[in-house]
Design a protein around this ligand. Sequence first.
Ligand code: EZ4
Ligand code: CO
Length: 402
Amino acid sequence: MKIRNAFVNITSPGRNFVTLKIETDEGIYGLGDGTLNGRELAVASYLSDHLIPCLIGRDPFQTEDIWQYLYRGAYWRRGPVTMASIAAVDVALWDIKGKALNTPVYNLLGGRSRQGVMVYAHANGKDITHAIEDVERHRQLGYRAIRVQSGFSGNKSTYGVPKATGRYEPAERGLPSEYDWATEPYLRHVPKLFERVRDHFGEDLHLLHDCHHRLTPIEAAGLGKELEPYHLFWIEDPVPAEFEEGYRIIREHTTTPIATGEVFNSIWDAHDLIRNQWIDYIRMTIVHGGGITHLKKVADFAALYHVRTGFHGATDLSPVTMAAALHFNTAINNFGIQEHMPHSEETDAVFSHNYTFKDGYMFPGDAPGLGVDLDENLAAQYPYQRAYLPINRKLDGTLADW
Ligand code: EZ4
Ligand code: CO
């Protein structure tokens, strides 16, 4: 079998997605996600202008060789644009391989290691009372693990809470919005939030929280310590993680588990975090981490250090990535949890898929390959719209992490 052609689809059914479709001379095709929130067209160009010409005529079964060719062959390694582009190719090839062998992708990665993939939902509210109502709503939907974020006095807005009612979707059309940020009221608020939530729901629910890179190591260490009585499943991205050793300080002070890595794109972003056991969960997922081929190596390396996966699963990761993650999570031993932020109806209509949700678990389905398809006619009705993630400024105007 040979790769005959490949093209990039850009569509915006509520939000932007970049999808690579690779076609073979035997009529089988595969899909890969290359969506990089706020920088979509850079990946589209990387694929169309630089990778696709190198793929024509290659054997799509050679996932390892093609990955090495694209990674080493670029000379300029790593970075989110490069690695999302490589991921799009890699995932499309695994999809082709599964279809050609008539088996779901999880069978190519080790087979079923568990019956279902535990996912966590997002609950939020403008204050603690509304957040508790939203946790209850998600509990009734069957979720066993819930991330909780709420607004608080002292900041006009915060990460994870929508400005109006409706879904939380961080990317906004047009140029980047600017929000304000003050750490002190946040640090006072979060322990009160989890005291109330634990008190209301008891111990029989996994609770998670995303700090979204806004703290310093010593602030995060203090927060982790204060949250210990409420037995969180994890706190996520307590600090920006370019400086991996910052996590040592957090680790020395608290037993609250730590997850990080949704913005990582290579094992070399997480190597020290894992081998020093400074984190418990690695969040770098398939689209941003160079695809299934690289993530399998990352997961196997992490397993040696008791680090489990907790893949990013926000709406900016397309249903193709969700499917790939569910196959992956089904097959590996050191799976921890999977984030689940459901896509809009428009997105699900463009990307029909075989994966399902029941009682807090998700299942990849048994269709050959990934079990996702792209309705190109419907996709064409939603042209690309420029959109960005917001930025944060401290109250005096200093630019801060969002
Ligand atoms: O802000 O995916 O845990 N989930 C998150 C997400 C990220 C967005 C950025 O594109 O932190 O909501
Ligand atoms: Co996050």
